[in-house]
Ligand binder design. Structure first.
Ligand SMILES: NC(=O)c1ccc[n+]([C@@H]2O[C@H](COP(=O)([O-])OP(=O)(O)OC[C@H]3O[C@@H](n4cnc5c(N)ncnc54)[C@H](OP(=O)(O)O)[C@@H]3O)[C@@H](O)[C@H]2O)c1
Length: 328
């Protein structure tokens, strides 16, 4: 099988490339990336073997300019902007970049596009979980761009394309959880707002398994929520990060209005913003709602697959990764 993975230098793309390198069913991995040196260095640190079947192509969204690819069997499109500086940046990469990529690949390969829970927005009031047939109400530019991407791909009539609406993804290599592990080394652990926030989540291993299952068993779904077992709260996330780090601290709820100035500062004061990409004013809007829980039953029913990961094991392995990288 010839597999094409975009975003291979990112958290999820790299997880998929590492698995594909170790998978005998994959003969060639094609990785269009902005920096082949970056991916080479990352894979070397992971101790990856089987590099001879990896073909790196220097390319970037929104104009991928992929040539002489030959036939490709499967595509997992992970490249995307998660923390952009402007609405335009999200739309250029996430919408135009996806349309351009699919246009160049044609309808021959089976394609799975990483969309996001943000495309649908938070769980609607009065419901335990957001279902796929609830109206989509994104509340960030990021979410709007992911929803627009799904709609534009369908409108363009592309065949054999699936959208995976992932919730928060956790696992080794996820830079977004670094601030969490750094915070639990101190005594005061701040959480936004007094009310508990409830989330679906998925470990990167469960996500990679689900992607494979979806390709294998199809299930007739063209869009799905995929989760690991259980719903977690923001407090549980912090307490578990503290527990696996062997640290104890005090949870301090911070009034949400105080977070807003920080979010704006991170956008407009570049020296802060460069270091705090996860708290741009746009993505900060996703902090306010208290429920981001997804209904993953349709995927379970269609494929028979269920996630296996536990939060404790996932965070322990994430911490081990940060320790190996000397980041904590
Ligand atoms: N992580 C999550 O919790 C989560 C949850 C739901 C959905 N998703 C979706 O899953 C996908 C992967 O997320 P991730 O966590 O792996 O993100 P990530 O770690 O930030 O990686 C993003 C990847 O996209 C690449 N990229 C960004 N802009 C690009 C451009 N203009 N041209 C080519 N490549 C570009 C990056 O390349 P460089 O290394 O060159 O910057 C990197 O390889 C995204 O589409 C995201 O929306 C993620």
């Amino acid at each position: 099988m010839r597999l094409l993975v975009t975003g291979a230098t990112g958290f999820i793309g790299r997880t998929l490339v590492l698995r594909a390198l170790a998978d005998d069913a994959v003969e060639e991995i094609i990785a269009p990336i902005r920096s082949p040196d970056k991916l080479r260095a990352q894979l070397a640190r992971e101790g990856a073997t089987g590099m001879r079947k990896l073909r790196m192509i220097k390319a970037a969204a929104p104009a991928w300019n992929l040539r002489d690819l030959g036939s490709v069997d499967r595509v997992v499109h992970c490249a995307g902007v998660l923390f952009g500086r402007s609405r335009d940046e999200y739309f250029r990469v996430n919408v135009d970049g996806t349309l351009d990529l699919l246009g160049q690949l044609g309808d021959a390969p089976e394609v799975l596009v990483l969309s996001s829970q943000s495309a649908g927005g938070p769980t609607p009031e009065g419901h335990q979980a957001k279902k796929l047939n609830h109206p989509d109400r994104p509340i960030s530019w990021y979410g709007e761009s992911k929803l627009q991407m799904e709609r534009a791909v369908r409108a363009a009539g592309h065949q054999r394309v699936r959208f995976l609406r992932a919730p928060m993804v956790l696992g080794p290599g996820d830079q977004a959880t670094l601030p969490l592990f750094r915070m639990v080394r101190g005594k005061i652990w701040t959480k936004p707002g007094r009310a508990l926030k409830h989330f679906s989540w998925v470990s990167s291993d469960d996500l990679a398994d689900a992607i494979e299952v979806w390709f294998e068993r199809g299930g007739g779904l063209d869009v799905a929520h995929v989760t690991s077992p259980g719903t977690i709260t923001d407090a549980e996330l912090m307490l578990t990060a503290g527990q696996v780090s062997g640290k104890k601290g005090r949870l301090l709820p911070v009034p949400q209005f105080l977070l807003k100035p920080v979010a704006f500062a991170s956008k407009f004061i570049p020296a802060i913003g460069e270091n705090v990409p996860s708290l741009t004013a746009d993505r900060a809007r996703e902090i306010w709602p208290n429920r981001w829980v997804l209904d993953a039953d349709p995927f379970h029913q269609a494929t028979g697959w269920r996630g296996q990961a536990t939060l404790e094991d996932t965070l322990a392995r994430t911490l081990a990764w940060f320790q190996r990288e000397k980041l904590v």
